[in-house]
Design a protein around this ligand. Structure first.
Ligand code: ATP
Ligand code: MG
Length: 340
């Protein structure tokens, strides 16, 4: 249930990616705003403002970047923060841009500092200073660039330095999807895969997808596998339930690791508080995996909370595991509700 994708999954995803803003499901506000930005720019015959997309993995940042290029009828150029090690790498990309091109910079928070500075000059003034030679004899030659649009994507908007963030004319934050939006995405994906998907099966899968289209599409492929091998080939409710049981994804979208973490927290540490590293060791995982893969979802679902003294299970966590919550977990819950 990792919201990140590996190489194999990325190729499966390419086939399911919506190509236009109309096909893009959900994120109503962002879609309407982006639609205006792009239409206004087209009407003026200008290139669109720079766009920054932020949000957790698998919610559609790359998809939207491709849509921007498509809607503007522009050529898409793709690179990413980690791929640009030196300012020179960026200078090479920038100086090869044509008028109106869309430059997609994924993981833009991971750009090296000198490249970052070059980028915000280029975004503002459409100019780069190319340094020729080394040491005392080095000279910098200003090079002007044709107007272009940067689409930056980041899972960590907070890590972007303010001067870079300010160069974006439009910033959009993507949020987790509602179940009915995920259902619409699943139905669209099933259509593309040539898979018959029943409405109740789509609802079942969407409820377990953690608000994330990437996970929804991944579970759909597993359900399709199950239906082809054990079922009628049709993705009906029984196939969805059986497949998700095989892959150990429960009704709330928790996987084996999530349940192991919660289980250890409740049964071995009395609900906490317990430190992250102790918790990780007790489920045989790296601290980082627990912190980046399991924890964000458990906290968001209200199953776990973080306190200065460590991780704590909420009353909901005990109930989800079929256990009786201790009195203090219930008391904590009541206080929280009173103050919410
Ligand atoms: N609104 C949407 N409608 C339909 N499909 C979507 C939508 N958003 C995302 N998807 C699907 O989810 C998958 C993942 O989306 P995408 O690659 O754009 O995520 P991302 O935000 O770039 O993730 P990462 O941070 O890992 O790069 C794609 O295959 C895409 O088809
Ligand atoms: Mg992406």
């Amino acid at each position: 249930m990792d919201p990140d994708a590996d190489a194999l999954e990325r190729s499966a995803e390419a086939a399911l990616r919506p190509g236009t803003l109309d096909e893009f499901v959900g994120q109503r506000v962002v879609r309407d705003q982006l639609d205006l930005v792009l239409k206004a720019a087209s009407a003026r015959g200008a290139t669109a403002d720079h766009v920054l997309l932020s949000g957790p993995p698998g919610l559609g940042k790359t998809t939207l970047a491709m849509i921007v290029a498509h809607e503007m009828g522009a050529t898409l150029r793709v690179s990413s923060g980690p791929a640009i090690q030196h300012a020179g790498d960026l200078a090479a990309i920038l100086s090869s841009l044509d008028e109106g091109d869309v430059l997609f910079l994924d993981e833009i928070h991971r750009l090296a500092r000198p490249a970052e500075e070059m980028l915000y000059l280029a975004m503002e003034d459409f100019r780069v200073d190319v340094v020729v030679g080394k040491g005392a004899g080095a000279t910098s030659i200003p090079l002007s660039l044709p107007p272009f649009t940067v689409v930056g994507a980041t899972t960590r908007a907070g890590l972007l330095p303010a001067p870079l963030r300010d160069r974006f004319g439009f910033t959009a934050h993507l949020d987790f999807y509602e179940p009915h939006e995920l259902r619409a995405i699943l139905e669209r994906s099933a259509g593309k895969l040539g898979l018959a998907l029943d409405g109740d099966a789509a609802a079942e899968i969407s409820g377990r997808s953690r608000g994330t289209p990437r996970i929804a599409n991944r579970l759909l492929r597993r359900v399709r596998d199950w239906a082809q091998v054990h079922g009628s080939g049709r993705a009906d409710l029984a196939a969805a339930r059986q497949a998700l049981t095989v892959y150990e994804v429960d009704e709330r979208g928790l996987d084996r690791l999530d349940r192991a973490v919660l289980g250890a927290l409740c049964t071995r540490f009395g609900g906490g508080p317990v430190g992250l590293s102790t918790l990780a060791v007790s489920v045989g995982e790296e601290s980082e995996t627990v912190e980046t893969v399991a924890e964000p979802f458990l906290v968001r679902e209200g199953l776990m909370s973080r306190s200065p003294r460590g991780r704590v299970a909420t009353a909901d966590a005990w109930v989800h595991l079929g256990l009786q919550p201790p009195a203090d977990a219930l008391a904590g819950e009541t206080t929280r509700r009173l103050f919410d």
